[in-house]
Design a protein around this ligand. Structure first.
Ligand SMILES: [Zn+2]
Length: 464
């Protein structure tokens, strides 16, 4: 493994690290099914302009094809369809999909490889969620599924004004700069992708100027970032009463965390461009993107999304993605919720895809370190630890962090050591890290699970 998560990368020289980043990108490019990606890209360039009746017809046909494939090739669905007497060939409207019972995360974990399509393709990639909000879940994708996903991510980048090959900056949690490096060049250039990759783990008040100058010098057309990382820089600009001065920036694409309206406003104001927030689920069942007018559109050509209303203006997503035939999920209930918009709203961008007001996900604190860093998105330290039932990081003091874990029977000492090592890598040497095994992790008063809890003064406890 030569990715930025590897030990080899961590101890390489900055020049070699840049070569490794480019090499990894080229390798990824070779694995991607380019033909499939180009076909999807062409198709969805057109389908974004379809009228409701047309995209609904497209959804019905895509659902039928996917379900027929699942019924033939996927053991889980073969048995389910036999048990319920389901024949997708008979479906004549989207209402008929309700014949298929809703699929939950627990059912996916229990079904395991029975959800995998038989008969290939042989080249498949396994991903997994972290076990922080429940048990870890594995997902499999083939090259076509990856190409499908990338075509949609690329279309979102187009909406933000970016064209393939142009300069872009990346501030999204890859550990491109090792934790032990505290100053100097806190970014690496990925020449294969014409992309400046900046560390999300070295954002401190002291380093703010260097980050902004590096961005202005490179002058990207688009910045892809975690909301928490780019809003940190926007707040730094505000504190220093200045704006971003890069001339080429057309848009900032955020994803993977919840973007608050306040953060969106300050990012757009200080960077002087539109903020395009993207939602995609690990399970690859739904995608929601932001158009040029700032509205969240459900990507109706990506999958079929049903809103399960909660009665308070929010809705759960029950969704089927069309892209993954090697592990198809039909009517999967995703973890995230949306705030519904007025169904009669017609977006001035001209697309008829349904609009939601906001996407709600987790609302978390950040961990602060004695050297002034703000650490977010600790998901990676938990990924692939399958014995872990749940985990939460609690900060009581500036130099002490407690990782509370609910461990299943498979979680052994080696897993605990791996967790400790990864946390050390993220948080640095100055923080005391304790692991505490607990029977359960309490929810907030509103029933939410929080991955990070900070008890330091000045932390926002309003969402508890
Ligand atoms: Zn729009």
């Amino acid at each position: 493994m030569i990715s930025s998560h590897s030990r080899f990368y961590r101890y390489a020289s900055p020049a070699l690290q840049e070569e490794l980043l480019s090499f990894t990108s080229r390798l990824r490019g070779m694995v991607t099914a380019r033909g499939a990606m180009a076909r999807t890209a062409r198709a969805i360039e057109r389908s974004q302009w379809l009228a409701p009746a047309q995209w609904q017809a497209l959804q019905l046909e895509s659902m039928r094809q996917l379900a027929l494939h699942a019924g033939r090739r996927v053991p889980y669905y073969r048995e389910l369809f036999a048990e319920y007497g389901i024949d997708p060939a008979r479906w004549t409207s989207l209402d008929d999909l309700c014949e298929v019972p809703v699929l939950t995360k627990g059912e996916v974990i229990a079904a395991g490889e029975r959800l995998l399509a038989e008969g290939g393709p042989w080249l498949r990639f396994k991903g997994s969620t972290s076990g922080t909000t429940g048990r870890a879940m594995s997902g499999w994708r083939d090259r076509r599924a990856i190409a499908f996903e990338q075509a949609f991510v690329q279309r979102q980048a187009h909406w933000a004004g970016y064209r393939h090959g142009e300069r872009r900056a990346w501030l999204r949690g890859e550990p491109v700069v090792p934790a032990r490096q505290s100053d100097g060049q806190l970014w690496r250039m990925n020449r294969a992708d014409n992309m400046l990759m900046l560390s999300s783990y070295h954002l401190t008040p002291k380093n703010g100027a260097a980050y902004i100058e590096a961005l202005e010098r490179f002058d990207p057309v688009m910045i892809q970032a975690y909301p928490s990382s780019v809003s940190y820089l926007a707040r730094w600009l505000e504190e220093h009463d200045r704006g971003y001065r890069g001339a080429s920036l057309r848009g900032i694409v955020t994803s993977s965390e919840t973007l608050s309206p306040a953060d969106r406003q300050i990012i757009a104001g200080r960077f002087g461009c539109g903020v395009f927030d993207w939602y995609g689920a690990f399970e690859r069942v739904a995608a929601i993107g932001t158009c040029e007018h700032g509205h969240y559109h459900v990507m109706e050509d990506y999958g079929c999304v049903e809103f399960e209303a909660n009665g308070d203006g929010t809705a759960n997503l029950i969704a089927t993605g069309f892209g993954n035939r090697c592990m198809p999920f039909l009517r999967y209930r995703a973890d995230d919720r949306v705030v519904l918009a007025d169904p009669a709203f017609a977006c001035p961008c001209g697309r008829s895809f349904r609009v939601v007001e906001r996407v709600l996900g987790r609302v978390d604190d950040t961990i602060r370190t004695p050297d002034g860093r703000h650490v977010v998105m600790l998901d990676w330290i938990f990924s692939g630890l399958f014995g872990l039932v749940e985990a939460q990081v609690v900060q009581e003091r500036l130099d002490e962090v407690c990782i509370r874990i609910v461990a299943g029977p498979d979680f052994g000492n080696r897993d605990e050591q791996a967790l400790l090592l990864r946390a050390r890598e993220r948080l640095g040497e100055q923080v005391i890290i304790r692991i505490e095994r607990v029977a359960q992790i309490a929810r907030t008063r509103s029933g939410k699970f929080r991955q990070i809890v900070s008890r330091l003064s000045g932390s926002d406890e309003s969402n508890v």
